[in-house]
Design a protein. Structure first.
Length: 217
């Protein structure tokens, strides 16, 4: 088999544009997913049983259905309810909703790992449940939550490749466009794998640096 090096070098700038879109989608989805997941995670620790059931049902649905189906629901099904997004924002919304469920579980587990005696002590001095969560438990739990949250971000970057099915021009879609014109699947898919590998390695390196700089309690 002969490798077409010429098409590889020509494809790099086009794939670079796909990398930019992938990073944009991933950054927006991670921010929105983190914010929503934090709220859901705290709600799952609420004294309200109905609120806990709602969050548990949402998390169970997201974890129990394929992300691809969730993308189709946002892009194809929501317009039937009058809620419309273009391809880019449909992808961001779908990834955000998916990520939020996993972030919520990370928050719940991280806060739940803190020694129970601290909550009891805070209650004894008159602090409310919400104050205990925000001012006592979360500040101590965030260091433990960084590794799983980083793993979720890495998964989100890789999962962004599924947005190619709704024509978001991210990295995978850019590669598919090149293949459809030049018919060089081996070269382009290998190049795509290398692009994703480098992105993930950089994120893992940044995560390691962040963990080392976090204060210990």
């Amino acid at each position: 088999m002969t490798i077409d090096w010429g098409i590889i070098f020509k494809s790099m700038p086009l794939l670079g544009h796909g990398v930019v879109v992938t990073l944009q989608v991933s950054a927006l989805a991670s921010i929105l997913g983190l914010a929503l997941g934090l709220v859901l995670g705290l709600c799952s620790l609420s004294h309200s049983k109905s609120l806990r059931w709602i969050v548990a049902g949402y998390v169970d649905f997201i974890r129990g259905t394929p992300l691809l189906i969730q993308i189709f629901l946002v892009f194809f099904a929501l317009p039937a309810l009058g809620i419309r997004f273009d391809e880019f924002w449909a992808g961001v919304v779908a990834l955000s909703l998916n990520s939020a469920a996993f972030v919520a579980e990370v928050v719940r587990g991280g806060v739940g790992s803190i020694e129970r005696g601290q909550s009891e002590a805070a209650t004894a001095i008159g602090m409310r449940h919400r104050q205990i969560l925000v001012y006592i438990l979360l500040p101590q739990a965030y260091r433990q939550m960084v590794p799983p949250l980083t793993n979720e971000l890495i998964s989100l970057v890789k999962n962004s490749s599924l947005l190619s099915v709704i024509s978001v021009y991210e990295l995978t879609r850019a590669g598919q466009a090149i293949i459809s014109v030049h018919f060089v699947p081996f070269e382009i898919y290998t190049l795509l794998a290398l692009y994703y590998y480098v992105l993930i390695k950089v994120l893992s390196w940044l995560s390691g640096r962040l963990e080392r700089k976090l204060p210990t309690w």
